[in-house]
Design a protein around this ligand. Structure first.
Ligand code: IVH
Length: 709
């Protein structure tokens, strides 16, 4: 939400003297005010109040909630933890820019073992012999924001932020003012060239900017990254130009011609085109070399003029990068090796319970605010009740906390020596603090869950927030605040109700903050989502354990939403459904359990059906439908020589095949490498076409795919 400065006065009336209506109104305005400060603090903008002032708001909120427990809101600040989504996409004054190639993020590693695993995984995927050389580039991970720059005929034509990876904000006008970014490229460049890299601010410039802002009564930024993001997203591009932003180029988007065969050569080419490329980058053939680079960059860290938060490893050869491809939003061929978390000591002032989308009760420690690595931390997750017991965490304890990057801060340990005896143990509730329904903990599970389902305001609220989020229905203008409001008004009790909001048009016009234009925009945004891809649809349902990748597997497997609903109907033979689900490559038994328990719940099934009555679910796009294996069910067994089984499976999927883990009568092809065992025998018995490696390679050699994902 745009942080609209409102006049807010902190009330001091004794709760005993408040009526229910007054208390409800004050809780509503506190929730809005605290959310606004959270957004200012965590988003790209900056805090408007001191920590002490913020704490007074939170304390007042808690006081009222204690006096009026029945009025605790679904969006109560007491249940929030961590950062709300950045307000970036909602500031409104930037157009959208669709990336010609997705802008990926990176998987993280933390220990030398993670790096060994990464290198092993990559080499195995590529099926490299032990003595085959595969080099990696190690480069500092710059703590800024990534920007994609599009050059046509050597001239900068568009600059965009990463956004959700597919669509970002068009910041061309602002980037044009940044001296560190070349507007025309030097030398011979491809007609189309997209260069990606990190926009950042030097620490000195950040401190000077903050000092100046303070003098002028402007906003002070929490760290150089926020300062860079805030400086880029200025309405007045000349302000951006004055902020001394810097840029390191490090990766490639769309290009009309090959520039280099390796990343290392690409970096050299970038320097030639006029970009600044980080000098600390180096090349190594093995894990030891990478770890040495990590140590060297770590030693240099403090003396660098800018912030870095780790080291990025990338396999050097571009053809290897293309073969490795990506999983979800991160390339298989790169890894971010993060620097260790920063730690600090503080005191736990309270423990609250937060209720999530799937009803999980998560304890959250409220901390005396403390600065950890330049960021003020006032909450830490406690995960679950066992964690509290295991670490013997009590209210009033002095603790060591740590945060790493954007991860929610954690409690490392209690400083037991500092105990005074006044600390109190926390009693974990067995009822949901929001709806009062039983909160039960099945045997063998760590998590206690509210049994209220969508009848629990917290679950409904969280479920709907997920439903409208970027990777799900992606409904612009329908954020947490609106959902909360519409739930309170009784307009939304299930996702399908979102598509009937038009019937509340007149009533909406009576609400504060809803002009004719914003209502029309909201309803248009909702209408534009009446057609949705099947994978997104499944993901948006918020089934436990079903992320985007699994949603896609399910969509590809069933092909049609009708088919899926039929197969998973509450009367279906559960054992057979379970067997079918685990047949899908990469779906395990626990995941199958969760999928079945979602659809097996008659209420939830009904909710999905209601939703299908108001939206059209489009069958998934097959990556390719003209390949010899598209739509075919394939099983891989034995070891292949030219590629690993993982690469072969990824290849088959990219060509539109469904990869299954075991042979059945439905299998179309079995690809059998060397030493194929029982699967090959079974396929022979069932009369299934068995391909050897040569036949497989022959089959796919002519079917090209777009490896950019
Ligand atoms: S490569 C496909 N290289 O880290 C490769 N990213 O956590 C995509 N970042 O979104 C990124 N320094 O904003 C790459 N040397 C570097 C980087 C780097 C910083 C950022 C980038 C990315 C984020 C992922």
């Amino acid at each position: 939400m745009p942080a609209k400065p409102t006049q807010f006065t902190l009330q001091t009336t004794d709760p005993e003297n408040l009526s229910d209506a007054e208390a409800a109104a004050e809780l509503a305005s506190l929730a809005a005010e605290i959310a606004r400060h959270d957004a200012l603090y965590h988003g790209d903008d900056n805090p408007e109040v001191t920590d002490a002032e913020y704490d007074r708001l939170v304390a007042r909120n808690r006081l009222l909630e204690a006096a009026f427990p029945a009025l605790i809101r679904a969006d109560s600040p007491s249940f929030r933890v961590g950062s709300p989504p950045s307000s970036a996409a909602s500031t409104g004054h930037f157009g959208k820019a669709r990336h010609a190639r997705p802008m990926l993020s990176l998987n993280n590693g933390f220990s030398p073992d993670d790096i060994t695993d990464f290198v092993t995984r990559v080499r195995k995927f590529l099926s490299l012999a032990d003595d085959a050389l595969a080099e990696f580039v190690a480069e500092p991970k710059i703590d800024g924001l990534s920007v994609s720059l599009r050059y046509e005929a050597g001239r900068l034509v568009q600059a965009a932020t990463r956004g959700d990876g597919a669509v970002g904000e068009d910041v061309t006008a602002n980037i044009e003012r940044v001296d560190a970014i070349p507007k025309t490229l030097l030398g011979t460049v491809p007609d189309i060239l997209e260069v990606r890299g990190e926009l950042y601010m030097n620490r000195d410039d950040f401190l000077a900017l903050n000092a100046q802002q303070q003098d002028q009564g402007g906003r002070v930024f929490a760290n150089p990254r926020n300062a860079a993001a805030g400086s880029l997203r200025q309405k007045d591009a000349t302000v951006t130009g004055d902020r001394n932003l810097q840029f390191f180029a490090y990766s490639m988007g769309e290009t009309s011609a090959e520039i280099a065969a390796t990343h290392w050569e690409f970096l050299t080419a970038l320097r030639g085109f006029g970009f600044v490329v980080n000098d600390l980058s180096s090349k190594s053939p093995d894990v030891d070399g990478l770890l040495q680079s990590y140590d060297a960059i770590g030693r240099a860290r403090a003396s660098l003029p800018y912030d870095i938060d780790g080291v990025v490893y990338k396999i050097d050869r571009h053809d290897y990068q293309a073969r490795l491809g990506q999983v979800a939003r991160a390339p298989r061929w790169a890894l971010a090796h993060k620097f260790p978390a920063e730690q600090a000591e503080t005191t736990i002032s309270a423990i609250d319970i937060q209720v999530g989308r799937t009803g999980a009760l998560t304890p959250v420690a409220r901390l005396q605010p403390i600065s950890v690595g330049g960021v003020i931390v006032s909450n830490a997750t406690l995960h679950n009740e066992d964690e509290i017991r295991r670490k013997d965490i009590r209210i009033g304890d002095k603790v060591v906390i740590q945060r790493a990057g954007d991860v929610i801060p954690q409690i490392v340990r209690v400083i037991a020596e500092s105990r005074s005896g006044n600390e109190t143990a926390f009693v974990f509730p067995d009822r949901c603090p929001i709806c009062g329904n039983d909160a039960t903990r099945p045997d063998g599970e760590a998590v206690r869950r509210c049994s209220g389902g969508l009848k629990c305001a917290a679950q409904l609220f969280e479920g709907l927030k997920h439903f409208v989020s970027r990777d799900a229905f992606d409904i612009e203008g329908l954020g947490a605040r609106q959902i909360e409001q519409f739930i309170t008004l009784g307009w939304i009790t299930t996702p399908a109700d979102i598509f009937a909001l038009g019937s509340h048009r007149d009533a909406m016009a009576e609400l504060d903050g809803y002009g004719a234009v914003s209502i029309a925009k909201l309803l248009a945004a909702i209408d534009s989502r009446r057609q949705i891809g099947m994978a997104r649809f499944i993901y948006s349902l918020g089934i436990r354990q079903v992320g985007q990748a699994t949603a896609r597997l399910l969509a590809l497997h069933y092909g049609q939403m009708d088919q899926m609903m039929l197969a998973l109907n509450p009367q279906a033979d559960l054992t057979a459904v379970h067997a079918e689900l685990v047949e899908i490559d990469q779906i395990g038994a626990a995941m199958a359990d969760d999928i079945i328990s979602f659809f097996g719940n008659a209420d939830l099934y009904q909710i999905v059906q209601q939703l299908r009555a108001v939206v059209t679910v489009l069958p998934p796009e097959r990556p390719a439908n003209d390949s010899p294996v598209s739509g075919k069910i394939m099983v891989f067994t034995g070891s292949l020589d030219k590629m690993s089984r993982a690469e072969a499976k990824a290849k088959a999927e990219s060509l539109g095949a469904k990869v299954s883990g075991s042979v059945s009568a439905k299998t179309d092809f079995l690809v059998a490498g060397a030493d194929a065992g029982s699967k090959a025998r079974k396929a022979a018995e069932l009369g299934i076409t068995v391909l050897d490696e040569a036949a497989w390679l022959d089959l796919v050699s002519n079917a090209g795919t777009d490896s950019s994902g």
